[in-house]
Design a protein around this ligand. Structure first.
Ligand SMILES: [Zn+2]
Length: 852
């Protein structure tokens, strides 16, 4: 690396700049990363400072400003093109910049098509890798309040567009650089507003206690619905991830960086992470290349005198993170973690950490990545080719040949999983008989490893500490029936049509218009959306607490009934609504011309009248924004139901009579005595209060319920241990995210619409709820030996067996529903959402005699 003293006078003639400060900016951020002092810039392209009017890191760039500058660079430079790949919930554009040499820009379609052959084992054999460009993807600030990444982008993009230093230009000769300037625009905008509005204008205030450094709840880390987008690469439930995956699979980048920030006292981390926690599905060569690339990052940081570390933190286990997903798709992904100024400057153990310093580190390692990709180009291309060739070979020798999965009564839930698989470019087929809601995924296809990653059950682990969940089996998360087809139980003749488009099947209208009544079963994922649609229209809707039959069809527990007489809508209007819930919500609606059904009749006291849910959720400091966001997203996005987000600090002032359902998720609630009494009074007068996870404990210890708990044995048979084992040992007692089996009572209102008594639950906590004395009060109970997939210590597993997951309690005329597990985890637990929705819709008519 050439070290040199910067002489502003020398550079000035070569550089297009309007004032001296720009020079300082370039000198600080960019020059140390250039390999000679033959530095010049394309004339006529504005620097970030010239365009934005402030120096890099002086303010936090807002997302709108970032977009403006990216658009400007794309228009000002022939070497940059911009694609708008989608938009966020808040309608901000998602961008992808493509940068390449002039010659390569002119043949980008050809390069892309050639590159795509690398992931096709049939086509990749004949490729001459020596001539092929390497594809690098640089992604920033998926966590919106980890802003140094997104703030490094203007300078990075300026350099890519305008810097003419010969080695820098030569580096790009055989490379396509894709830059995703901000993976989470909504969160990024939120944080920039917060930190800029608190900026001390005389000089940045590094006091960690200053308001600038502690955002108000929920902070800028997450997207609009407060989801962590760095967990969504696999579930792909949000528009940001969906747009990104489309680009990813169009390109299949060879190197991916994912730039984050960590605590303020941290220095700088880049992968490799903790190697004992590598995902076993990732080929060893991925780690060989990761280690080689890390040397470039080390050298780049040495060059600017910044401290860093590797290997002692973070891991590549969960396949749904930005720094791991590409590893299972033939690339090599690297996590960056910069100590966070969380504002413009903050005191740290390492002195004052300034925002420009953090930005410079991110820029420097990013350019280090480009250097690594330049030097390792052929190795990286070869890795990708071999990744897919060996994937097919491994699939051929795997005795597991295919997964068949589906749901007879709820095709939309199975289709939601199919849609997820399609986003990962996994081939999914219908069965030969084209049965709705049943699908086959053969393993012998290029995405073999990712299919294994999505569907495998794992209960043995090399390590017992996890940075994230230890399992995410999608067949279990969707609670689908499935078969693992081995050996001769599968042949290609079983495959029906290949699924080529996203699926969303309609329901059916049976028997035409009726002047008497309509019924529909509620197994469908969108049943509650249908119910809400009808209730909102002012219709009276019942659900049946007993099964019945009209002679032609049998109707299960929870079947909905809409009578035609004595409604506020006309027969024609009601018929139109029935068609709407069939088309939009996938309901199979059956017209009835007589109430004289078998089992119970349509006028039976077993029919329970629904009330239109008016739902509020308690939010604010101390409450998990993720879990509030999951509820908000489920209701607002999927069920078209508004929900009021009530800040807990103003709880005393709210008029609770507006609501008949209240939700408290995981969190610590510090209600005053009068606030508690107010909430109890609201329940007593008929409210349904739903608590999840730690809220279950709070409700119990504050006299809302009699729920009691058990704990795992604390006996420590091993006695004294070395100090350095402490973290490992306590970590092993954490349930970080594991899947368990439970049984569900389908005759209980909370079990209505489920197809089976067996259910999978997700758990990431150690609150164990004892069975109630009332034998009807626990509609969902863990089996005796419940582990289905993931990590749990023996002593926790012993404690968990035969405990309750759900308990219903009475308080006056109201009900308190304790859901000790989170049924809405990260928006991909489609299989348990119904428990939560049933609690909202049916909680009020659970018989008092069955509650604790
Ligand atoms: Zn992060």
């Amino acid at each position: 690396m050439v070290r040199y003293l910067l002489s502003l006078a020398v550079f000035c003639s070569a550089i297009t700049c309007t004032y001296a400060q720009s020079l300082d900016d370039l000198a600080y951020f960019l020059y140390p990363n250039l390999e000679s002092n033959d530095i010049s810039f394309v004339e006529g392209i504005q620097t970030p400072e010239e365009f934005l009017g402030y120096r890099t890191g002086e303010w936090h760039i807002t997302h709108d400003q970032l977009v403006s500058y990216m658009r400007y660079l794309a228009s000002a430079s022939d070497l940059v093109s911009l694609t708008e790949t989608g938009s966020t919930y808040e309608n901000r554009p998602l961008l992808l910049l493509t940068v390449a040499s002039q010659a390569n820009m002119g043949r980008m379609d050809e390069i892309k098509a050639e590159h795509a052959k690398l992931v096709d084992p049939e086509a990749s054999r004949s490729l001459n890798l020596n001539d092929m460009p390497v594809v690098v993807y640089l992604g920033y600030s998926v966590h919106g309040n980890e802003a140094s990444g997104g703030n490094a982008v203007p300078m990075l993009m300026y350099a890519l567009a305008a810097c003419m230093e010969p080695n820098f230009r030569a580096m790009l000769e055989n490379m396509v650089v894709l830059v995703d300037p901000c993976l989470n625009p909504d969160g990024f905008q939120r944080f920039s507003t917060w930190t800029n509005m608190h900026k001390s204008l005389s000089a940045p205030n590094p006091d960690p206690q200053d308001r600038e450094h502690s955002e108000v709840w929920p902070g800028g880390r997450t997207n609009h619905y407060w989801f962590d987008l760095n967990r969504d690469w696999m579930p792909a439930q949000h528009p940001e991830s969906q747009a990104r995956l489309k680009q990813f699979h169009d390109w299949y980048p060879n190197v991916v960086i994912d730039a984050h920030e960590m605590g303020t006292n941290g220095t700088y981390f880049f992968q490799p992470g903790i190697e004992s926690r590598n995902n076993p599905l990732t080929p060893e060569n991925n780690y060989v290349l990761t280690r080689k690339i890390s040397q470039y990052h080390g050298q780049s940081m040495d060059n600017i005198g910044s401290l860093y570390y590797t290997r002692e933190g973070y891991d590549d286990y969960y396949l749904g993170k930005g720094a791991t997903y590409p590893d299972l798709n033939g690339g090599v992904a690297i996590l960056f973690e910069q100590g966070s100024a969380r504002g413009h400057a903050q005191d740290s153990e390492n002195g004052v950490l300034t925002f420009p310093f953090a930005i410079r580190n991110q820029l420097t390692t990013s350019i280090g990545t480009l250097k690594a990709a330049r030097d390792l180009r052929v190795d990286l291309l070869e890795h990708q080719r071999a990744f897919y060739t060996t994937a097919i070979q491994e699939a051929k020798s795997d005795e597991l040949k295919a997964y068949r999965f589906g749901s007879e009564k709820d095709p939309r839930r199975a289709e939601a999983l199919v849609n997820m698989l399609l986003r990962h470019q996994i081939e999914v087929y219908r069965t030969q008989d084209e049965k709705e809601g049943t699908f086959l995924v053969p393993l012998e296809q290029r995405q073999y490893r990712y299919i294994k990653g999505l569907f495998e059950k794992r209960t043995q682990f090399q390590d017992s500490l996890f940075y994230d969940v230890s399992t995410w089996n999608m067949l279990m998360a969707f609670n689908l029936n499935y078969d693992e087809l081995r050996g001769r139980s599968f042949n290609k003749g079983m495959l029906g049509a290949l699924v080529t488009d996203f699926l969303e099947s309609k329901g059916s209208m049976n028997g035409g218009q009726s002047d008497y009544a309509y019924v529909f079963e509620t197994h469908g994922y969108y049943a509650h959306r249908a119910l809400y649609r009808l209730l909102k229209a002012g219709l009276r809707v019942d659900v049946s607490r007993a099964p019945f039959s009209d002679g032609e069809n049998d109707y299960d527990y929870g079947t909905a009934l809409v009578g035609v007489a004595n409604q506020s809508l006309t027969s024609d209007q009601i018929y139109a609504y029935m068609q709407e819930i069939a088309d939009e919500d996938g309901m199979n609606v059956y017209a009835q011309n007589t109430g004289y059904t078998q089992g119970v009749q349509l006028g039976s006291p077993s029919m329970a009248m629904l009330r239109k849910p008016e739902v509020a959720i308690i939010t604010g400091q101390g409450v998990s924004p993720y879990e509030v966001g999951e509820v908000w997203h489920l209701l607002d996005q999927r069920m078209n139901m508004p929900i009021s987000l009530l800040p807990n600090e103003r709880f005393g002032r709210f008029d609770l009579s507006r609501y008949n359902v209240m939700v408290m998720v995981n969190g610590s609630y510090s209600f005053s005595k009068s606030q508690k009494e107010k909430l109890q009074q609201w329940v007593r007068s008929g409210g349904v209060l739903i608590g999840t996870k730690s809220a279950v404990r709070w409700l119990s210890s504050n006299d809302f319920t009699n729920v009691s708990f058990t704990t795992a044995s604390k006996d420590d048979p091993e006695g004294r241990r070395p100090y350095e084992m402490a973290r490992q040992y306590s970590g092993a007692q954490v349930i970080g995210g594991t899947i368990f089996e439970a049984t569900l009572d389908r005759t209980h209102p909370l079990g209505f619409g489920f197809e089976d008594e067996s259910i999978h639950l997700f758990r990431n906590h150690t609150t164990f709820m004892k069975l109630a004395n009332n034998p009807y009060a626990n509609p969902v109970v863990y089996t005796a030996d419940p582990l289905a997939s993931g990590y749990i210590s023996d002593r926790n597993l012993e404690a968990l067996g035969n405990t309750a997951s759900v308990q219903v309690s009475s308080l006056g005329r109201g009900r308190v529903i304790s859901l000790v597990d989170n049924p809405n985890f990260r928006a991909f637990w489609y299989g348990t959402n119904k428990l939560f929705l049933n609690s909202i819709f049916y909680g009020h008519f659970v018989s008092g005699a069955t509650t604790e």
